[in-house]
Design a protein around this ligand. Structure first.
Ligand code: SME
Length: 155
């Protein structure tokens, strides 16, 4: 694996297309999930400059904060609570264009305006979620969903 990410594209789609094989190379040889989550969070932050990007893992009956990049965040989220807890419950990606319009949204940071949360599924069960927050409204679309779901499948 190269020491540095090589991202030259200018559109979001181009960046994801370049990032995908590099993430594969980065995590393919490593079996520790925490190490891989840490590098994926860093790679996404570095490529797109997201306000907050990170993981929560399902541990017993809660989501527990895992590797992330960005400001400090809530450490535990219950099933069905907020965007992350809803994604765990529903086992599907949620795109939230305006967090203030999402009932029960958990404001870990008041600067967060829009959000996408993608589940990681192992043996038919949600094992973790990838959460990305933006400080601008309506930052995420079907392109993000498509590529972030592919990245989560690699983990
Ligand atoms: N806003 C999330 C909580 C996690 S933080 O944004 C990092 C939610 O509503 O689930």
């Amino acid at each position: 694996m190269a020491e540095e990410l090589q991202i030259k594209g200018s559109t979001k789609k181009e960046k994801y297309e370049e990032l995908l094989p590099q993430i594969e190379a980065l995590i393919g040889g490593e079996k520790d999930v925490i190490a891989n989550m840490a590098n994926v969070a860093a790679a996404l932050k570095q490529t797109f400059g997201f306000f907050w990007v990170g993981f929560y893992r399902v541990i017993d009956d809660e989501l527990v904060l895992a590797p992330f990049q960005g400001p400090i965040a809530c450490t535990r989220i219950r099933k069905g609570r907020g965007v992350c807890g809803s994604v765990w419950q529903e086992a599907r990606t949620l795109i939230v264009p305006d967090v203030e319009q999402f009932p029960g949204h958990i404001a870990c940071n008041s600067a967060s305006r829009s959000e996408i949360v993608v589940p990681l599924i192992h043996n038919g069960e949600v094992s973790a979620v990838l959460d990305i927050d933006s400080d601008t409204l309506d930052s995420f679309d079907e392109t993000d969903r498509h590529y972030l779901e592919l990245i989560c499948k690699q983990l």
